[in-house]
Design a protein around this ligand. Structure first.
Ligand SMILES: [Zn+2]
Length: 255
């Protein structure tokens, strides 16, 4: 249900290639970042994606960073996470796709995990002093606009109940083929910008919750009104940064 496979290799990269790539990226930055995300369009703890023999060299490249975030499928969270944690001077955070807690929709996304896998992985990370971040889909397939909002907030609440420090709300995008087929059959349509905005606000207002971010990558496709898109994008960005619900944008063009 995502388009990350487009950037995925079918073979394992040679030892040393990934640390070299990270070093290259850091050298382009000029300055020391406080946090770094090592997202690999897959699972960091998948040995076929990131050779475990590279962990020490990877850890060395990011040793000056306070917080390192990697992504993983919930079922691949285990001993390798502890190994990476022990190599890092700073904090390790593991981001996992929770997608949705909707009992009928989650199995239909073919992500090959259950809520129990997710909660067990989150619990394991927490007990081992590793921070948890959850990716939540806003309006995955098989939901209308209203359900998309309701289940995004329920999914954020579930992630927080299992100790997630961050929930990242991802508006479900077409672009992987499967989504296009579901659009043709009427089983999927992308969320409206207003649904993402509301999901962000309601998730921020969850009691006992952590930080919430709405993903703004390629956001324009969710807008139906050119007049208010830019101010609304800026507002979402400002909410992400401030973690405060800010006044909504009134648009005379779309009401
Ligand atoms: Zn408008």
């Amino acid at each position: 249900m995502c388009d990350l496979w487009k950037n995925t290799l079918t073979h394992t990269v040679p030892i040393g290639a990934i640390p070299q790539q990270i070093n290259h990226a850091l050298s382009q930055l000029g300055g020391r970042p406080g946090q770094i995300k090592l997202y690999n369009s897959g699972s960091f703890f998948d040995a076929a994606a990131i050779p475990p023999a590279d962990y020490p060299a990877i850890a060395q490249t990011v040793a000056v960073v306070d917080r390192v975030v990697v992504e993983s499928h919930p079922r691949l969270v285990g001993e390798k996470a502890l190994r990476l944690r022990d190599l890092l001077p700073g904090t390790l955070e593991v981001a996992m796709g929770l997608e949705t807690v909707h009992p009928q929709v989650l199995p239909r996304l073919n992500k090959k995990f259950t809520l129990e896998h997710f909660s067990q992985a989150a619990d394991f990370l927490q007990r081992n002093k590793i921070a948890v971040r959850a990716f939540v889909l806003v309006k995955p397939p098989f939901m209308d606009e209203e359900e998309g909002l309701e289940w995004a907030v329920k999914s954020a609440a579930f992630a927080f109940s299992w100790g997630a420090a961050v929930v990242s709300l991802i508006p479900t995008r077409p672009g992987n083929g499967a989504m296009e087929r579901l659009m043709e059959t009427g089983e999927f349509s992308p969320p409206r910008l207003a649904t993402l905005e509301k999901a962000l606000e309601l998730s921020l207002n969850l009691r006992g919750g952590g930080r919430v971010f709405a993903d703004t990558w390629d956001l324009e496709q969710f807008s139906r009104c050119p007049a208010c898109f830019e101010p609304r994008r800026q507002r979402i960005h400002a909410v992400n940064l401030s973690q405060q619900v800010l006044p909504t944008i009134d648009c005379p063009a779309c009401g």
